[in-house]
Design a protein around this ligand. Structure first.
Ligand code: SF4
Length: 439
């Protein structure tokens, strides 16, 4: 369910983007409801259909830069800067792609945006296409949520019928065709170049970079890829201005962010709060730690981000800079809460299995290393750990990091190193217990 995001009691004066999270009850996703909430007004403003002069491509990109919006898929790259990389005078076809292949364990925000407010993503993509002079776009939707794909297709039909998509949008000279495409559930297809390969009909495996998609993307043509939540933020920014969006968050971390809070909390769900919100406030919105338990640790940005013990995360604010300073990453905003009943070796075992299973197998350090990590953690968990195993885990992790084609290798190694750093005693206790039993 889409939990009561942007709690009015706490954040009434900063409840800035009701289009994303207002009152989502499953019936108000259609175009007439979206328009009633102010939907497609940003597009009308852009094209000068509201009596104004309209905006130029440079003005749109400058507004995005001013807003401080950073990519919500995990990397946190400044959106306006990314859009400025698109060679606008390129003579051939250029592409726009929305990455809705949300597969990071703990993350469940994009599917809710697409299910309950698909037009906000469509409008954001139309504005992006206008700013970069792109005429064709695709939304690549995770394969295991087919009902979301069908909802998005229905929304596309509505937008086409209303003249917001297709040739000569709202009577202007701007044309943009947008299509939905569903994957088949491979985690690696959320990596942008693997997504492009998959979209081209090939096996979804990451490409070597450079060249980057901005110059060699879909079908070898310049391509800009953004996350679903990133596009969803764009209409509000165009309507209200970049500065207004920036001020909703904090410097270098503009606007709001949807956090998927899961694990040992009383009210798991999606919560949209201003960037820079204290972690303690987010935890409070999610109903606090499971009744009768204490906070032990939190994975703050999806399973790839290093775990942080309770005393560190409680001092953090939820933004890229604060979480990074604490030694982790904000990532996609999947906040996995663990209480004091959790066995950290068991938690790591589940994560290690996931990455071993999802490795595409293209490069040796990832293909072999993720399997090693899983097998070593597995034997520690099952009472067969050896005294040298902790150093072995660290060594395998170090030898994966920075030696692979894509970030999955690092994503598999970082949680291992963080678990050992903060909860080494739990690994040692299991190994010592195994040694005693063997003796
Ligand atoms: Fe594939 Fe892993 Fe290499 Fe990425 S790091 S390309 S997932 S083998």
């Amino acid at each position: 369910k889409f939990a009561s995001t942007g709690n009015e009691t706490c954040f009434h004066d900063r409840h800035i983007n009701p289009q994303i999270y207002a009152d989502l009850n499953g019936s108000n996703w259609s175009i007439k409801d979206y328009e009633a909430r102010g939907g497609y007004q940003a597009l009308r403003k852009l094209l000068g259909k509201d009596g104004g002069e309209g905006l130029t491509q440079d003005q749109v990109i400058a507004t995005l830069k001013e807003s401080g919006l950073r990519g919500r898929g995990g990397a946190g790259f400044p959106t306006g800067l990314k859009w400025s990389f698109m060679p606008r005078q390129f003579p051939g076809q250029k592409h726009l792609v929305c990455n809705s292949d949300e597969g990071e364990p703990g993350t469940c925000k994009d599917r809710d945006i697409l299910m309950f407010n698909p037009h906000i993503v469509i409008e954001g993509m139309i504005i992006a296409a206008f700013a970069m002079g792109i005429s064709i776009g695709y939304n690549y939707i995770h394969g295991e949520i087919f009902e979301v794909y069908e909802r998005f297709e229905a929304a596309l039909e509505e937008a086409r019928a209303a003249g917001y998509l297709g040739d000569n949008i709202l009577g202007s000279s701007f044309s943009f065709q947008l299509h939905a495409h569903h994957g088949f559930g491979a985690y690696i297809c959320g990596e942008e170049t693997a997504l492009l390969e998959s979209l081209e009909g090939k096996k979804g495996q990451p490409r070597f970079k450079p060249p980057f998609p901005a110059s060699f993307g879909l079908y070898g043509k310049p391509t800009t890829i953004n996350n679903t939540e990133t596009f969803a933020a764009v209409p509000w920014i165009i309507r209200n201005g970049g500065q207004a969006y920036l001020e909703c968050g904090k410097p270098n971390n503009g606007g709001t962010k949807i956090f998927s809070v899961s694990g040992d909390v009383n009210l798991p769900g999606n919560y949209e709060v201003p960037m820079g919100t204290p972690f303690s406030k987010l935890l409070e919105l999610a109903g606090g730690v499971r009744t009768g338990r204490k906070l032990k640790a939190v994975i703050p940005g999806g399973s790839s981000s290093p775990v942080l013990p309770a005393d560190i995360i409680m001092d953090c604010t939820m933004d890229y800079d604060s979480i990074s300073k604490a030694g982790s990453m904000l990532g996609s905003g999947a906040v996995i809460v663990m209480d004091d009943s959790r066995d950290m070796v068991e938690c790591l075992l589940r994560l290690s299995y996931f990455y071993s299973h999802e490795s595409c197998g293209q490069c040796t350090p990832c293909r072999e290393g993720t399997g090693w990590l899983w097998r070593v953690v597995n034997r520690i968990q099952h009472g067969e750990g050896r005294p040298e195993d902790i150093e072995l885990l660290d060594s395998v992790s170090v030898n994966i990091m920075g030696r692979t084609i894509c970030a999955l290798g690092d994503a598999a190694a970082m949680p291992v190193r963080a678990m050992i750093k903060h909860f080494r005693h739990e690994f040692e206790a299991k190994i010592q217990s195994a040694s005693k039993q063997a003796a």
